[in-house]
Design a protein around this ligand. Sequence first.
Ligand SMILES: *Cc1c(COP(=O)(O)O)cnc(C)c1O
Length: 360
Amino acid sequence: MSRAYNFSAGPASLPLEVLEKAQKELIDYKGSGMSVMEMSHRSKEYMEIIENAEKNLRTLMNIPANYKVLFLQGGASTQFAMVPLNLFTKNKKADYINTGAWSKKAIAEAKRYGTVNVVASSDDDTFNYIPELTAGMFSADADYVHITSNNTIYGTCYPELPETGGVPLVADMSSDILSKEYDVSKFGLIYAGAQKNIGPAGVTIVIIREDLVGKALDITPTMLNYQTHVDGGSMFNTPPCFAIYMAGLVFEYLLENGGVPAMEKKNREKAALLYDFLDQSSMFKATVASRSRSIMNVPFVTGNDELDAKFIKEAGAKNLKTLKGHRSVGGMRASIYNAMPREGVEALVNFMKEFEADNG
Ligand SMILES: *Cc1c(COP(=O)(O)O)cnc(C)c1O
């Protein structure tokens, strides 16, 4: 068997232990005689899977009792509409920070239902930094403030959370949920597509403070109303059963391996290995200023397209896969989510040193 070091931004690596467990249970789940893919979502076995997944996520993130946890479909992209449809409750106004492609999509969707005030943007410099935010920038009468906590494409993340003066903070946490400690009580709503740092594509996690549920705009489709899914326990209709099962296995794996604090420590060490190398290299450069650097997605360039292409090709031959950068940034991007072992980052840095010596 040969497993690559896969630096894909998403869908992304999963822990080998989790894949092996799923493989073992694939055709006969715990003596039920069937696969999780084949069983009723209302069966005793499946109810236990989804209840444990929620319980373990609550433990991992320390989710307070007055927050609901939902397992939905439609990806983070559906949340771009669900958030305004459900949270435009008073003035149909929201503050958004524009930190890249995903923020822009969230803004475009919210504009369909109300007034969007873009309080700050890093558009002027290819989104390679997080704008400085002060309490005075936010509107007191906004229904919520929206941030993208980690910008998967540009490799930025917030050095600290903005102070919104009591206005509910909403975060697209698709690419850094469970990578470091977040105080859930500081948020009104958190959402995340699973395929970056949780599990396979197909399930989206929503964590929402209870008082924000049940006030959706009249035009809100039933399936896009959080109340529907709170009432149905994420089972108003058939949930993405297998994806939830896989996410549940990842949650168990994280709990068995020290939880989020242990992941954060490991992730910071992995990211430091890479950034320290980039900061002293005369060939490779990180594209993001140190204050705004993500510990999950690390874009870098040589400044020479041909050299970038050669690097990506030769890295691939060394089992270092999916290092091509997003087309809007160019160069390379190493996504080093929870499931990327330290050895993978070490192998990448060693290859970069070799490449620099051979081509410098
Ligand atoms: C990948 C990503 C999305 C889009 O997620 P889908 O599940 O494909 O809709 C949105 N936001 C961020 C920050 C992402 O990384």
